[in-house]
Ligand binder design. Structure first.
Ligand code: TYM
Length: 334
């Protein structure tokens, strides 16, 4: 079975951008692949690191993903920091990572521009991401658009490592990305990518009233000043969201009534709010019962980490052997 790896940062709140762009695909892929899904807490400390909430955010993300359909009976589901091999492989890969490639990363450029002092972790972030994937020799990586450049770098790193240490074989296969039609969901501002750090998200676990309060002021076609002006659905993010949450006949109706000024933007948003909340209702319900038994969620993550480590240890041992390290004897070698 093809190997899949993907990760998500523990922002606490799984949003509909994550869900449409990646997590729905994770859930679907479980049927016919060997999947590894990780909550990447080591990546999360390269941004604004709030030690007081990291544990809570990690557990909340676990609840969100399990509720969304990540199935620990079929997939290996774990927290990145519970598998120390990620950090170790990352260090080994730094020796084959070109500095210039890291400097080209657009996410690094965007994020570092906003900071007075740039942590080295933000710069080496993509090497850790490559380590995540290569540790499981994953062939495919379901992600949204924003991760494609990082994935391209993971391929460069694999290629370089194989060329230098692989002895003519692709010990670390070059991973391919898997995208969904929702590869880049815009936020409620209708401008930037939906992202927790921009505060323009709708959470998968938010209730109908919260969803409505967020959709009400959301950006639509800016040229449409009043209800009587005809709108252009093709440039409206609300219309795009209808395509993901409303049945096809509603999508057709929305476009017609927008262009013909039969519906105001609020009418259109009301229908979206209802359909979106209905689509997410089963996930919200599952999350509520998972929250009631947090011990079970912790146990799932512990079992996942055990399974992940068993695979990770094998790759790391081979990588170290090929790089020429003296094997540790005694307890340290086990
Ligand atoms: P993260 O936590 O920002 O996002 C998790 C996944 O959601 C996708 N995504 C989106 N897709 C469509 N529209 C959006 N607005 C949107 N926002 C987020 C992301 O592309 C991602 O697939 N660096 C990664 C986590 C990571 C990882 C990995 C991913 C660490 N190691 C190895 C794959 C493989 C990140 O910060 O994703």
């Amino acid at each position: 079975m093809p190997r899949i790896f993907s990760g998500i940062q523990p922002s606490g709140d799984l949003h509909i951008g994550n869900w449409l762009g990646a997590v729905q695909n994770w859930v679907a892929l479980q049927a016919r692949n060997e999947c590894f899904f990780s909550i990447v807490d080591l990546h999360a400390i390269t941004g604004q690191h709030d030690a007081a909430t990291l544990e809570r955010r990690t557990l909340d993300m676990a609840v969100g993903l399990l509720a969304a359909g990540v199935d620990p009976a079929r997939s290996t589901f774990f927290v990145q920091s519970h598998v120390p091999e990620h950090a170790e492989l990352m260090w080994l890969l730094t020796s084959v990572t070109p500095l210039g490639e890291l400097e080209r990363m657009t996410q690094f450029k965007d994020k570092s521009q906003k900071l007075e002092s740039v942590p080295a972790g933000l710069f080496s972030y993509p090497i850790l991401m490559a380590a995540d994937i290569l540790l499981y020799r994953a062939e495919q990586v379901p992600v949204g658009d924003d991760q494609l450049q990082h994935l391209e770098l993971a391929r460069v790193i694999a290629r370089r490592w194989n060329a230098q240490f692989g002895g003519g074989t692709d010990v670390l296969p070059e991973p391919q990305s898997l995208l969904t039609p929702a590869r880049r969901i815009l936020g409620l501002d209708g401008q930037a990518k939906m992202s927790k750090s921009l505060g323009n998200t709708i959470g998968v676990l938010e209730g109908p009233e919260e969803v409505w309060q967020k959709l009400r002021p959301a950006m639509t076609d800016p040229a449409r000043k009043t209800k009587r002006d005809p709108g252009n659905p093709d440039i409206c993010n609300i219309y795009t969201l209808h395509k993901h949450f409303s049945p096809p006949e509603t999508v057709v109706e929305v476009a017609r009534k927008c262009r013909g000024a039969e519906w105001g933007c609020l009418d259109c948003k009301r229908v979206l709010a209802d359909n979106l909340s209905a689509a997410l209702a089963p996930i919200r319900e599952r999350a509520a019962s998972l929250r009631a038994d947090e011990g079970a969620v912790r146990a799932v993550l512990a079992a996942g980490a055990e399974r992940a480590r068993a695979v990770a240890r094998v790759t790391l041992a081979e990588v170290k052997a090929r790089m020429g390290f003296l094997p540790a004897a005694g307890p340290a070698g086990r």
